[in-house]
Design a protein around this ligand. Sequence first.
Ligand code: MTE
Ligand code: MO
Length: 258
Amino acid sequence: MARPRKAVPGVDPNLLIRDAANLLPAQSRRLFMRGIVSVGALAALTGCDIIDGDTSEKALRVVSNFNDWVQARLFNPHTLAPTYSESDVTRPFPFNGFYSEDEAPVIDGDKYRLEVGGLIDNKKPWTLPDLYKLPEVSQITRLVCVEGWSVIGSWQGVRLSDFLQIVGADTRAKYVWFQCAEGYSNTIDMPTALHPQTQLTLKFDHKVLPTIYGFPVRIRIPTKLGFKNPKYVTAMWVQNNDAGGYWENQGYNWFSGL
Ligand SMILES: Nc1nc2c(c(=O)[nH]1)N[C@H]1C(S)=C(S)[C@@H](COP(=O)(O)O)O[C@H]1N2
Ligand SMILES: [Mo]
């Protein structure tokens, strides 16, 4: 008799694969379409079968191995994530966090300062009016969560590479670390920080970020999974040591992207 196949709670393996494939550049997406877009193939690729897994930890390990596979073969700091049109934007755009929506931190915009530190020449903290004066770029890109869903959003803000230049960051440093108002944190590698689509995001849909989407500052990285996109950012440090992050420290794959 066939062994009953258990689903991993909260994770649809087919969605995970489809969403991950969506994040890939054209040439690797074609690779997927040629036959490895299946749960079985993912199992072969990563040595781990999501469907038979009975814990979400196992599913995370599979996704993590999958990311390592993508990283080893496809990482190129210049690869662009796909962009979409206004009509593709997911409305309403969902909230996600390690707590429920009504517990999202409410930040006083008048008192807010973005601290910048570490290997940076000008450590003056930034007020919101000063941040809003910086040159604005816009993107409509997909946010992919490891939980197995993805959504398309419209984000405006300053290119992070421009901001790093303005504050006189030493871009030979290895990492940029972000601290968030509610205890979340995240570290990204410098090539990702300098990627042309990595954005210090101040607006959603051309309007100041609402609380649930990370007011007043989030970092939008369309080449990385959702959890590498910190919201409610209060401090940014340029440094050579890897300070980890909220989920990374609990076993999520650090790289988690293209
Ligand atoms: N400060 C903070 N940033 C965070 C999180 C969080 O819990 N706190 N969750 C991350 C995860 S797992 C995802 S998928 C996205 C969700 O972004 P959204 O709420 O705009 O959909 O935010 C990321 N950034
Ligand atoms: Mo996520």
